[in-house]
Design a protein around this ligand. Structure first.
Ligand code: G3I
Length: 326
């Protein structure tokens, strides 16, 4: 018996390095796909992927990535017609190599915008700048990006259009210019309007977004989806399901695109994921960060992993729910 156990030992030792150390008991992406959804994702950038266990956690537990900032205008086209794709290429190459779906974020946004764009005052000039930017950026990864946030945060909370260089110079025309350029550059990508405070149907923004998207689609503007960023305060996930259902009445798919919840209570996260599960047109959930310490809202401990890269109770609550969803 002793000899056998000694003989067996080398095999056992040699086997262990081949199995990547699991970062959590279950993969949320595998569980979400098993109940018919397309992905359960997170955000990524080279710096994060190469830090600590982030890469392993993304590989093992998530099936989609959104670049947190490297696809934004200030990074991709810092000066006119001079493009920098190094950081975003890293994320796309990593995602493709690891079989992850990709959400492109964000083509038109009033933030992370270089001053050479925000200082444009001529309609024709801004139109050609938008068309050139989107054609170049979207065309670069043609066929590799499942969905693009073409217009990000273009509405005020009262439902009116946000004041930006885009709306000031072009009125609402910038929406059609952007979406048509994106469709032409990559017909395979789903094209989204993405915004926050779309997680409560009773708030003014949601019905205004639905009305506008219906109107724009009727004009032939190719809008395929609405992203609800879903940055939630504690105890506020209960309204999400109704909100997602309302968003689908615009005739689009929906996604939870930037989920984080103050305090990360297990029930809050379960209810948020259940909301997407219950709405057939909801294709997936993206959590906006891995560890609390890396969150844009770090002080509120809103994410699924603690600073030691260990899954928090909310992670397991989602996994337990998805194993027998109701
Ligand atoms: O990479 C540079 C670094 O080289 C430089 O030294 C440093 C200091 O200026 O800045 C670094 O870039 C920062 C980047 O995050 C990486 O940390 C930018 O300044 C900073 O503005 C950027 O913040 C991002 C922010 O969007 C603006 O792009 C956050 O990471 C990101 O979480 C946040 O995400 C947004 C979504 O895109 C839209 N919805 C809201 C959400 C939270 O604000």
């Amino acid at each position: 018996m002793k000899l056998l156990s000694l003989l067996a030992a080398p095999l056992l030792v040699s086997a262990s390095p081949l199995v990547a150390q699991r970062q959590a008991a279950d993969s949320l992406d595998k569980l979400f796909k098993a109940v018919g959804k397309i992905y359960f994702g997170n955000i990524a950038e080279q710096g994060k992927i190469e830090t600590g266990k982030n890469g392993a956690i993304l590989k093992q537990n998530f099936g989609q990535v959104t670049p947190e900032y490297s696809m934004k205008w200030e990074t991709t086209e810092p000066s006119r017609n001079s493009f920098n794709f190094d950081p975003s290429d890293y994320v796309v190459d990593w995602a493709v190599a690891n079989g992850k779906s990709i959400r492109g974020h964000a083509l038109i946004w009033h933030m992370a915008l270089p001053s050479w764009v925000s200082s444009i005052t001529d309609k024709n000039d801004l139109t050609s700048v938008i068309e050139n930017h989107i054609t170049t950026v979207v065309g670069r990864w043609k066929g590799k990006i499942r969905a693009w946030d073409v217009c990000n945060e273009i509405f005020n909370d009262d439902g009116t259009m946000r004041e930006s260089v885009f709306s000031s110079v072009l009125g609402e025309e910038f929406v059609g210019i952007a979406f048509r350029a994106a469709r032409a550059a990559d017909p395979s990508a789903k094209l989204y309007i993405n915004d926050y405070n779309l997680d409560h149907a009773e708030w003014s923004k949601l019905p205004a977004v639905v009305k506008k998207v219906k109107e724009w689609k009727a004009q032939g503007i190719p809008i395929d989806g609405i992203g609800s960023q879903t940055h939630l305060q504690s105890g506020m996930s209960g309204a999400l399901e109704t909100a997602l259902r309302q968003l689908t009445t615009a005739g689009v798919e929906v996604a939870v695109t930037e989920l984080d919840i103050t305090g990360a209570s297990p029930n809050d996260y379960k209810v948020a994921v259940q909301a997407c599960y219950h709405v057939p047109e909801c294709v997936g959930v993206t959590v906006w960060g891995i560890r609390d310490t890396d969150s844009w809202q770090a002080s509120t401990a809103p994410l699924l992993f603690d600073d030691n890269y260990d899954p928090k109770p909310a992670y397991q609550a989602i996994a337990d729910y998805l194993k027998s969803p109701n």
